[in-house]
Ligand binder design. Structure first.
Ligand code: ZN
Length: 114
């Protein structure tokens, strides 16, 4: 398949970089991957409309002095699913997202469009 990754580099604090077999390179920042989590909960498959931030962090609510204590988003671990996908375990205890190569490749297309 042309849409297979040649090499995957995982940085638990920064994100994932993939070199695709066709020579395309894509960097996926953590926030993007978390935002675009393809699981049913995050995509609103059970009724609620999906919340897409278009890769931009919403401005934090002005008031809360506790905001700063929220731990930064991190990947705890990444598990290969067969030879077609990866599952990402986030430090916010979310781990139901299965990121297929196809999905990631599509995401790469969105990235390069800016
Ligand atoms: Zn999710």
């Amino acid at each position: 398949m042309p849409a297979d990754p040649e090499h995957i580099a995982i940085s638990k604090s920064r994100g994932i970089a993939i070199d695709w077999k066709d020579g395309h390179h894509a960097d996926y920042p953590l926030a993007l991957l978390r935002d675009e989590c393809p699981c049913a909960t995050c995509t609103g498959a059970h009724g609620t409309p999906p919340q897409r931030s278009n890769y931009q962090e919403a401005a934090p609510p002005a008031a809360s002095p506790f905001q700063m204590y929220k731990p930064a988003l991190r990947i705890n671990s990444v598990e290969p699913i067969g030879n077609y996908a990866i599952r990402i375990y986030w430090n916010d205890n979310h781990s139901t997202g299965i990121y297929t190569w196809e999905f990631l490749r599509e995401l790469a297309g969105k990235l390069s469009k800016g």
